[in-house]
Design a protein around this ligand. Structure first.
Ligand code: NAD
Length: 355
């Protein structure tokens, strides 16, 4: 009896050694405890369009550890694969374990936030509004695909003209308005805060100032609310922002409006600041921060605006999207400038077909 047990034991031992010798390095190294199917990603971000702006957004999102999966989509397959591989090779320095890409929108499935940067950009001296019809046509292909694979996502539109394209996206997607956001004047406000703060010798985060309305040529600087540590600049200089101002602070807003044209003239495109600012918006959405950002939202019914247009107002961003809008105490002049932007955008939108 004892002998036969011993023989069995030796047999099992040699079988075990044999199985082990057949096993791969990974099988020898790692003993799995779980063999079920993995859950879908919880914090997936997709970037559509891997041009200059899309890649700046992607890198900024990665460096801020906002996503457990990043998906990239574009129509130019070699560039798309190259960008994906280049980012994957940086995985050692990142905390986003999965980076995928594809022309087919199935790679975007289960995204929480989708950033749309696809489309044509301005050439030197060209206005954003001039891009409208070409980018509307591109969006007709993109938006239904995104919603098909991520029906619960929040969309951030970045492509220009951003306010019109956010409206187009809202119409094409069928999503509720609070889940369709345009990056809007988030970038204009960041430029304004940088330029104003530079002039005062302080950090941009310590100068509080808002640029609202259209992203671009008709944007509205809210001089009545500009302050440092709660000290109103308008109280110190009642002419601030006006033509009569001897200190010419208005020049700062002009520089904001001109800055995209200037950067495009110098380097051909703008990308780093928009990428950083989109990652900041993404953070508020992914982490349910309830921070207030100037982004493009549907403003019908606000400040006497009667048409369905998207314009930037201070919006509370959380995991639902635009949770609410802050009602600013604007001056009559600021309100009429907002209305002028709204009218101008509606004139363009009303002729768009098949939305
Ligand atoms: P780009 O030419 O470098 O990249 C655009 C990308 O979109 C390309 O890779 C192209 O292949 C891709 N694309 C085109 N059609 C597509 C489709 N149907 N599906 C998927 N991808 C498609 O341009 P860019 O410099 O990255 O600018 C992108 C957009 O962002 C432009 O409209 C530009 O005006 C805008 N932009 C907006 C802001 C802002 O503040 N909102 C700032 C800068 C740029």
């Amino acid at each position: 009896m004892l002998v036969s047990c011993w023989c069995l034991y030796l047999g099992a031992q040699s079988l075990y050694r044999h199985v082990l010798s057949m096993a791969s390095v990974v099988q020898k190294l790692i003993t799995p405890l779980f063999s079920g199917t993995l859950e879908p990603p919880r914090n997936k971000v997709t970037v559509v369009g891997v041009g200059q702006v899309g890649m700046a957004c992607a890198v900024s999102v990665l460096l801020r550890d906002l996503a457990d999966e990043l998906a990239l989509v574009d129509v130019v397959e070699d560039k798309l694969k190259g960008e994906m591989m280049d980012l994957q090779h940086g995985s050692l320095f990142l905390k986003t374990p999965k980076i995928v890409s594809g022309k087919d929108y199935s790679v975007t499935a289960n995204s929480r936030v989708v950033v749309v940067t696809a489309g044509v950009r301005q050439q030197e001296g060209e206005s954003r509004l001039n891009l409208v019809q070409r980018n509307v046509n591109i969006f007709k292909h993109i938006i239904p695909q995104i919603v098909r694979y991520s029906p619960n996502c929040i969309l951030i539109v970045v492509s220009n003209p951003v306010d019109v394209l956010t409206y187009v996206t809202w119409k094409l997607s069928g999503l509720p308005k609070h889940r369709v956001i345009g990056s809007g004047t988030n970038l204009d406000s960041a430029r304004f805060r940088y330029l104003m703060a530079e002039r005062m010798g302080i950090h941009p985060s310590s100068f509080n100032g808002w640029i609202l309305g259209e992203h671009g040529d008709s944007s509205v600087p809210v001089w009545s609310g500009a302050n440092v540590a709660g000290v109103s600049l308008q109280k110190l200089n009642p002419d601030i922002g006006k033509d009569t101002d001897k200190e010419n602070w208005k020049e700062t807003h002009k520089k904001v409006v001109d800055s995209a044209y200037e950067v495009i003239r110098l380097k051909g495109y703008t990308n780093w600041a928009i990428g950083l600012s989109v990652a900041d918006l993404t953070e508020s959405l992914m982490k349910n921060l309830n921070r207030v950002h100037p982004v493009s939202t549907m403003v019908k019914g606000m400040y006497g605006i009667g048409d369905e247009v998207y314009l930037s107002l201070p919006c509370v961003l959380n995991s639902a999207g635009v949770g609410s809008v802050v009602n600013m105490t604007l001056t009559g002049d600021e309100i009429s400038q907002l209305k002028k932007s709204a009218d101008m955008l509606w004139q363009i939108q009303k002729d768009l077909k098949d939305l």
